[in-house]
Design a binder for this molecule. Structure first.
Ligand code: UT7
Length: 332
């Protein structure tokens, strides 16, 4: 009997309407469009505005989009995993809120935190439940409302990030498609370079933590850049090599959208030309766990059954990884 694999059988996505351009950022901090464009490749990013709008709003919209496109009955969903570092609340899990809102009343659900690598960690986890034969329909969401944890007076971080969420549906298949291989890595020594100081159990919120702006992303950009370039490129090359994939066999590189220079370095390491690299960093910036599913959402119509995709990411933790996906369908 053929092995059961987890196939991606649908994609959904959502980005908020509000567009924060480099030009508008010029009026907020000492920066300029030319610096942001040449150093990062970002021109604009989306921001979720309004009172009481958490990341769940975007997750719900993304899942509804996917359910409609795939004509899936939400009651058939077994599990919802939401990869995010900007949950609506510390608890309950945002995945619970999403599952209930979309009518996935028979599912259990939980959040998973692995920063920018969150979608790959969640995808691998969700796929394992399918491969084991335990569940038949798993929804994996990646999304973040980064605007909620940014200090818009810190020009080194606020220009990079944006808000957005995407999701995929995983279902079993015995065909030779789906999630084929996965390499995931973590290294806690990365903590000092990229973290949020306050708001967790180590430093709960206080007047002082708010006054000192400690509830925002802290990043030592150039140090993170060096780790990201090396590790994302290496892990992408490693998964290609161990699956005997040469550049000509790979239809798409699907890289985390943190910085165009990191994306270019990863593509070079794997030997892939720019026309085979999914890219939307110029319009969304870095949506943390949202980047990879939003790429699949944007490029879904160009994907064909049997295409070989290498997904790769690097982020806070440090966390990094790559997943080899053989695409399972021609566009709906
Ligand atoms: O997704 C999670 C993982 N995160 C990443 O992968 C991000 C990795 N890091 C990066 O993408 C880049 O390091 C940044 C985009 C954050 C920064 O780019 P960089 O080329 O590493 O710049 P830098 O931090 O070395 O700063 C260069 C100069 C500095 O000025 P001096 O000291 O040379 O005079 C900064 O003060 O650029 C200055 N600078 C800015 N200038 C205008 C820093 N931010 C800005 C800005 N606008 N927004």
């Amino acid at each position: 009997m053929n092995k059961i694999r987890a196939a991606i059988t649908g994609v959904g996505g959502y980005v908020p309407d509000y567009i924060l351009t480099n030009r508008e950022l010029e009026t907020m901090v000492e920066t300029n469009d030319e610096w942001i464009t040449t150093r990062t490749g970002i021109k604009e990013r989306r921001i979720l505005k309004g009172e009481n709008q958490g990341v769940s709003v975007m997750g719900i919209a993304a899942v509804k989009d996917m359910l409609k496109k795939t004509k899936t009955d939400p009651k058939e969903i077994d599990l919802v995993i939401f990869a995010t570092v900007t949950a609506d609340m510390t608890f309950p899990a945002t995945a619970n809120l999403v599952a209930t809102a979309v009518g996935a009343t028979n599912a259990f659900s939980y959040d998973l935190g692995a920063a920018c690598s969150g979608f790959l960690f969640a995808l691998t986890t969700g796929a394992s439940f399918i491969q084991s034969g335990m569940y038949k329909k798993v929804v994996v969401i990646g999304g973040d409302k980064m605007s909620a944890i940014l200090d818009y007076t810190d020009r080194t971080t606020c220009i990079i990030f944006g808000d957005g969420a995407g999701c995929v549906l995983l279902e079993p298949t015995t065909e030779n498609v789906g999630i084929i291989d996965s390499i995931l890595k973590s290294d806690g020594t990365g903590e000092s370079y990229l973290h949020m100081k306050a708001g967790g159990s180590r430093m709960p919120a206080s007047h002082e933590s708010v006054d000192k702006r400690l509830h925002a992303v802290y990043q030592e950009g150039s140090a993170v850049f060096k780790f990201a370039v090396t590790n994302m490129a290496e892990v992408a090359a490693q998964i290609a090599e161990r699956n005997q994939l040469q550049a000509k066999d790979i239809q798409w590189l699907v890289p985390h959208q943190a910085n165009k220079r990191i994306i270019d370095a990863t593509a070079n390491r794997v030997g892939i030309t720019e026309d085979k690299v999914m890219m939307n960093i110029s319009k969304y910036g870095n949506t943390t766990a949202g980047t990879l599913p939003l790429l699949l959402w944007d490029y879904e119509k160009q994907l064909k059954k049997g295409d070989n995709l290498i997904l790769a990411a690097f982020g806070g933790g440090f966390t990094w990884g790559a997943v080899y996906v053989k695409w399972a369908y021609d566009s709906h």
